[in-house]
Design a protein around this ligand. Structure first.
Ligand code: NAP
Length: 239
């Protein structure tokens, strides 16, 4: 029977071209390394800090749309990307009234507008049946004191994905993985007290290691009938 829509399954171990935005460190580095360890061609972006071994580096600032276009032109020289992951992100925490214009604009530009530009560029370049995974945060669902800018950006990303998943359901899948506290620079930059509070607020009473998030991103990228979903990986914070 001929199938309409995207293929039901692709061989999980077939070589793929994978793009990871924000592969220099933290969760993105673990994601890029995971795909590379499975034998895929991985192009990872950084801002001068380099990428893990086995990952081709491409210098990119996600707030610069021209650089995003250059990235996809570069990737296309080796074939269409099968998987695109956006793992970059920043926080600029503080009470709303003390947030500067730049604190608001930089967080929205990096965590919401930049990923929208990446997905728009990927939509016309990605292989049919391909998969896009974006990183949100459980804070988007729960709210988090001091993170009005960050939670607005991440909640916006989740709405964006719900719409894009419908618009492009017959072409590619797009999903979100939403971590709880994870041991990266973003987490350890918080005060010791804030780290302890986040750990105690996690039902599993520990924070995630980056690999635990990367494993779910890898699986979600390969799932064949999931699109528009937000998958919490939060030690029980979001159920
Ligand atoms: N860690 C947590 O507790 C946690 C919890 C929930 C959600 N998340 C989300 O998970 C994702 C990964 O976070 P992480 O913990 O791995 O953060 P991280 O260790 O602070 O790393 C952030 C990454 O984003 C990149 N980046 C920042 N600004 C960028 C820009 N303008 N253009 C391109 N790349 C940029 C960084 O590149 P450079 O090395 O060049 O700075 C780095 O690769 C983020 O979306 C974050 O919001 C994290």
């Amino acid at each position: 029977m001929s199938e309409r829509g995207i293929p039901q399954s692709q061989a999980a171990d077939a070589p793929k071209t994978v793009v990871v935005i924000g592969a220099s460190r933290g969760i993105g580095a673990a994601i890029a390394s995971t795909f590379a360890a499975h034998g895929h061609r991985v192009i990872g972006t950084h801002r001068g800090g380099g990428t893990p071994s086995g990952v081709e580096g491409f210098e990119l600032d996600i707030t610069e749309p021209a650089q995003i276009a250059e990235l996809f032109a570069f990737v296309a020289k080796g074939g269409k990307p099968d998987v695109v992951v956006v793992a970059s992100g920043i926080t600029r925490d503080g009470p709303l009234v003390r947030m500067s214009d730049d604190d608001i604009e930089a967080v929205l530009a990096t965590n919401l507008v930049g990923p929208m530009h990446v997905v728009r560029a990927a939509a016309s370049k990605i292989a049919r049946g391909g998969s896009i995974v974006l990183l949100s945060s459980v804070s988007a669902r729960l709210g988090h004191v001091g993170q009005a800018n960050y939670t607005a950006a991440k909640a916006g990303l989740e709405g964006f994905v719900r719409t894009v998943s419908q618009e492009y359901a017959s072409r590619f899948r797009i999903n979100i993985v939403s971590p709880g506290p994870t041991r990266t620079d973003m987490f350890t930059d918080a005060s010791a007290e804030a780290q302890e509070t986040m750990q105690q607020a996690t039902p599993m009473r520990r924070v995630a290691e980056p690999q635990e998030i990367a494993d779910v991103v890898f699986w979600v990228s390969q799932s064949t009938f999931m699109t528009g979903a937000t998958v919490p990986v939060s030690g029980g914070i979001v159920i």
